[in-house]
Design a binder for this molecule. Structure first.
Ligand code: NAP
Length: 494
């Protein structure tokens, strides 16, 4: 049936959520707060937390202050510092799951591998990687953009005889004492663990490809008095949250969204001066000088990264890597840098959305086949021809600055409003109109051209063809406005 002539659904819609990180948990809580309890969350790991469960490297933490990088509906007055470490963020998520009674909805150690839509029965047939068969009316992917570690395709990597691991799968059994350790990559993960392991190893060799802009981090430890203030006067917490939000939003609007903006140029002067004042060695000054506009890739937040790279036991190699041998990394100048262990800090397969999941729509076409020209979705949430399927942290919903939790809450609210619309109007099959999706994405890509990310720099925000697949090219306020409520006119309903 088409718009307006639908059956009244009697039983609640069964909802299956994939992933129990910030996105999946927030989705569950949002549904529960709306009185919708017919959902299950499937998580492949042995604990909830998503990124905050998997990333346990030394120094791991968030580069957005937790007063903002937390759910708006679950403020926490006693964060130990502005930028808490991974364990504290994971504990926060575990506490939220307990407080909102989400734990009993979560099925751990269960990896969803495939979901196939049966149009006749308007049901998703879902398989787990262990062969279990499940069914749901609605499937919500909450897998994130940064969940599949990327190991750079460098010749000879399988011949290396020492220990090697990715930063997001840290080997806590490895004893760094007295070892020479090579690190490939100098992104947001590396700047957090390099200062820690530099204190433990005999020698640290950092393989550096391109320089990022480094913003000094002012990470205040919060006192008992701060906690008392926030607990006693919760509006102060809200005020603080908003001030952090406005700071990041101003970066987004004045620098990220302006390809050649004045604010970016001013920021470059400030950050160049900062780097010049911290780096003494002339060669290193040149190596660490970013060649690309500010915020073209993700900024790095650190007040001890430059200091670390100048320690006597740290060497920065800027020659391109040629190959990996049994015991060394060889660079194109013919040198072999012997190492005992190799850490891949080479990021994630960010543009291969939902890469470990096979989602098949009614026309037997998979989501990945649909996305052969690059992933895209309406508001980053719904895709034509994939009925009753929603995504959190989908294409073009990442922010270059500001908190992703804000975006996740917007998406959860939007999906909740879609589900309420389905239940209230008896819709059993909801899919976004293809023309609505096309128009939305054409405008989005036009706007993307005006952003700093579309300068000539490599970043995980774009796919191999240079299409902006990950970031939202407008303000976060605009995203909030776009996702306040589902509009039935955007959908084909039956
Ligand atoms: P990343 O930012 O993608 O950095 C990957 C690094 O590996 C870059 O320095 C890259 O060099 C280098 N690289 C990749 N392939 C290489 C190759 N073949 N040879 C040499 N170098 C190579 O990854 P990440 O540091 O894991 O961070 C990813 C994202 O995760 C961040 O941007 C951030 O959004 C998120 N994150 C957040 C936090 C947080 O505090 N919230 C912490 C960690 C990570 P090029 O720059 O030259 O490509």
């Amino acid at each position: 049936m088409t718009n307006g002539t639908v059956n009244q659904s009697k039983s609640p819609l069964e909802i299956l959520i994939i992933g129990a990180g910030f996105a999946g948990l927030g989705m569950g809580i949002t549904l529960k707060k709306a009185g919708i309890t017919s959902f299950k969350i499937y998580e492949k790991a042995n604990n909830l937390g998503g990124t905050w469960h998997h990333n346990t490297y030394p120094g791991c933490g968030c580069d957005v202050p937790s007063f903002l990088y937390s759910y708006s509906f679950a403020p926490k007055s006693d964060w130990t510092r502005d930028y808490p470490k991974q364990k504290e963020i994971l504990t926060y998520l575990e506490d939220c799951a307990e407080e909102y009674e989400i734990t009993r909805h979560i099925h751990l150690n269960t990896e969803i591998s495939e979901a196939v839509f049966n149009e006749k029965e308007t049901i998703w047939n879902v398989s787990t990687s262990s062969g279990e068969q499940l069914q749901a009316n609605i499937v919500i992917s909450a897998c994130g953009q940064l969940n599949n570690p990327k190991i750079a395709n460098i010749k000879g990597r399988e011949t290396f005889q020492g220990t090697q691991f990715h930063s997001a799968r840290w080997n806590h059994n490895y004893d760094f004492n007295g070892k020479t350790v090579g690190v490939i990559g100098t992104g947001a993960s590396a700047v957090q663990f390099l200062p820690v392991i530099a204190q433990q190893v005999k020698k640290l060799i950092v393989f550096h490809r391109s320089a990022n802009w480094v913003i000094p981090k002012s990470d205040r430890q919060l006192t008992e008095f701060d906690h008392w203030l926030f607990r006693t006067f919760p509006f102060l917490m809200t005020l603080y949250r908003w001030s952090v939000y406005l700071y990041f939003e101003s970066l987004l609007v004045t620098i990220n969204l302006q390809k050649d903006g004045i604010a970016g140029k001013i920021a470059a002067i400030w950050l160049n001066n900062y780097r010049e004042s911290r780096v003494k060695d002339e060669r290193l000054k040149e190596v660490l000088r970013p060649k690309e506009p500010v915020l073209c890739k993700r900024f790095l937040l650190s007040s001890n990264y430059y200091e670390t790279l100048q320690l006597p036991n740290v060497e920065v190699i800027d020659q391109p890597i040629d190959k990996i041998t049994e015991n060394a990394i060889a660079t194109t100048d013919g040198k072999e840098h012997e190492i005992d262990a190799l850490i891949w800090a080479t990021g994630f397969q960010s543009t291969k959305f939902l890469s470990s999941l096979k989602i098949v729509g009614p026309h037997q076409k998979s989501l990945h086949e649909t996305w052969e020209n690059g992933p895209q979705a309406y508001k980053g949430i719904v895709v034509p021809d994939f009925p009753n399927f929603f995504m959190l942290y989908g294409p073009n919903t990442n922010l270059g600055s500001n908190s992703i939790v804000f975006m996740l809450e917007c998406q959860a609210n939007y999906i909740r409003s879609c589900i309420e619309m389905m239940q209230e109007q008896g819709i059993t099959n909801l899919k976004v109109k293809p023309e609505t999706n096309t128009e939305f994405n054409e405008k989005l890509q036009e706007s993307a051209e005006k952003t700093v990310w579309m300068n000539n720099c490599s970043s995980w925000y774009k796919n191999e063809d240079g299409k902006l697949t990950n970031n939202w090219p407008y303000s976060s306020v605009r995203y909030w406005f776009a996702t306040r409520k589902a509009d039935r006119n955007d959908f084909i309903c039956s």
